[in-house]
Ligand binder design. Sequence first.
Ligand code: F6P
Length: 366
Amino acid sequence: MSIARIGILTAGGDCPGLNAVVRAATKHALKNNIEVFGFKNGFDGLVKNQYIILDDKIVSGILTRGGTILGTSNLANPFNYTLPPLASPEEPKDLSSMVLHTLKTNRIDALVAIGGDGTLSMASKFIDMGVKIIGVPKTIDNDLSATDFTFGFDSALAVASEAVDRIHTTAESHHRVMIVETMGRYAGWIALRSCIAGGGDICLIPEIPYNINVVAKAIEDRQRKGKTFSIIVAAEGAVDESGKMAVQKKVEGSTDPIRLGGISGIIAAQIEKMLNVECRVVVLGHLQRGGTPTAFDRWLATRFGAKAVDLILKEDFGNMVALRGTDIVSVPIKEAVSKLKKVDPNGQEVKTALEVGTSFGSPTLG
Ligand code: F6P
């Protein structure tokens, strides 16, 4: 079978480097005389048959641009569609047949699906329905086990590390405890690495449950050494010993059904009650997903996009591109979404952090 036309979509949360993938995949496809349809707003564009035709002019100059020129959605799940006017949260619908119809009507031979574990799980279901798909792993969370890195993580890490750097100024001048809250969902990569890179004092991550008394003691230990300020880097998914997470909201039908956030406020109130110290918070939120991708993310995204089209040319479908060392390889999408990549509490990175005096607020570590 020769490939004449492919579709590309970006789904899930936006992330620096999406445009770089779209550009690389489009350029490589066009060089091989393959037409490229860019479906709008993730799988919503396939449900509603909304697309733009990607040509050399459209993808020119987007390598360094954050966000996605195609738009995205983490709500448009065709298997459990909840968006009006086609459905509602009260009456979700399975609209996967409309996706198949769009692909057939437009004679799309293969699809490049760029997204995180939610998007790739949907892609996996469409593969079972006969759609030829190549997955490209994106997420600032870096929580996909099949790839050394997802693109977007390095850019988010740069923002978080700079925030930890900058917060030192006020913490030190005002003798405060400052908490920087990072994203990352159920994985602590952004928090751990920005804490190491930015010189944070206490690091709270989902993989290592904290005890607030141990956190308070770490602050007091620093005070006894004459250090009148402390910086806590807290992942949004950090859990205390009872396993409780700070959930902002539940979102029906989303690929991300639980919206996390607010852990820093909870900890700040507890610390202020326990110690005679002013405790303030900075929630980085979507700043971590905004702006231009770092050089590493542009490099990775470009290599991922080109490799995705390579796999299409070889008709090696059902795979996700992945980074191993400096090589781009392919792994079955099903395998890629089967396991989240989490920080190993007994691993080298945590050990390094402990060795430079970082506390994880854990009664058993450190
Ligand atoms: O998965 C990326 C991510 O930014 C997570 O770190 C965060 O929990 C979530 O998405 C936030 O999603 P939304 O933009 O829908 O609030």
